[in-house]
Ligand binder design. Structure first.
Ligand SMILES: N[C@@H](CCC(=O)N[C@@H](CS)C(=O)NCC(=O)O)C(=O)O
Length: 214
């Protein structure tokens, strides 16, 4: 059985969501963040990259949620939530599976520049390109969701599971608020977060969840 090593208030909640969507059994091991808000030593000892999520599956220990989600979807979910080569939406699926890391890398860069006192402007091309990239990502998202109800095609897929944390829970990294300025994205967030499996997963492991007793 798959064990999800869940770090409190983290994007490992998307693996719980995937398991609930697929009705697959799993064990949840909860780890609290340290006072510095980082993963504790026991968590970092699980895998050399030390970031959440991490899963174990017999002798396999795996990190990086894009890889984990596709692995579980194909290995245990019959590929029902994946889009495969030959499908007209395959390229879109691949692109939107990367949304999570694309946006987060830009937000981390922006935070680093801001910490160094930089603002977007002609005198700082790196800072300016970071802002352009962030704007481009949100523009692409809004355009995509004008054309399609879901990111990876016209049905719910892993690409949606990969993307929702960034749209609901990334304010702490300076992610943009999803509001009326992004109407297609706002409607999408409301549509997808209403899914029973999402609601259940958030009760178990979402940002407001608490570790199970015992
Ligand atoms: N690209 C990675 C990002 C992982 C990541 O940044 N995880 C955060 C939690 S949201 C983390 O582990 N933070 C604690 C730390 O770095 O110590 C993935 O999708 O798995």
């Amino acid at each position: 059985m798959i064990t999800i090593h869940h770090l409190g208030v983290s994007q490992s909640d998307r693996v719980v969501w995937l398991m609930e969507e697929l009705s697959l059994p799993y064990e949840l091991k909860w780890y609290n963040r340290g006072e510095d808000f980082l993963a504790p030593k026991e968590y970092r000892a699980l895998h050399p990259v030390g970031t959440a999520p991490i899963i174990s599956d017999d002798n396999l220990v795996m990190a990086e949620s894009t890889a984990i989600v596709e692995y579980i979807s194909q290995q245990y979910g019959g590929g029902a939530l994946s889009v495969l080569p030959g499908d007209p939406d395959y390229a879109q699926y691949l692109f939107w599976m990367q949304f999570n890391n694309n946006l987060q890398s830009v937000l981390f860069m922006k935070l680093a520049f801001q910490a160094g006192g930089s603002q977007p402007g002609e005198d700082n091309p790196m800072s300016t390109t970071t802002q352009r990239r962030e704007d481009g990502i949100y523009n692409a998202l809004e355009q995509r969701l004008k054309a399609s109800d879901y990111l990876g095609g016209n049905r719910f897929t892993c690409a949606d599971i990969m993307s929702m944390f960034n749209l609901t829970s990334l304010g702490m990294l300076g992610a943009r608020q999803i509001d009326d300025a992004l109407p297609n994205t706002l409607a999408y967030v409301q549509r997808v977060t209403a899914r029973p499996a999402y609601q259940k997963a958030m009760r178990i492991a979402g940002p407001e969840a608490t570790p199970p007793a015992g």
